[in-house]
Design a protein around this ligand. Structure first.
Ligand code: ZN
Length: 59
């Protein structure tokens, strides 16, 4: 099973992520590469902060 990053479309080869052509596009499992995982976590944290600021919880 080929593993591809759903953000930057890099393909995982053992422990490295490279821009490569997919040989069998129907046998792809989508995930995040380490770089995009960190980026998406940071983006989600920012979105959470924005949501909290826009909709403060009324105690
Ligand atoms: Zn990526």
């Amino acid at each position: 099973m080929t593993v591809q990053c759903c953000v930057c479309k890099k393909i995982k080869h053992e422990d490295s992520w490279t821009k490569a052509q997919l040989e069998r596009p129907h046998e792809v499992s989508h995930t995040y590469c380490p770089v995009c995982l960190r980026a998406s976590e940071a983006a989600m944290a920012v979105e959470r902060l924005k949501a909290n600021a826009a909709h403060p919880v009324i105690a």
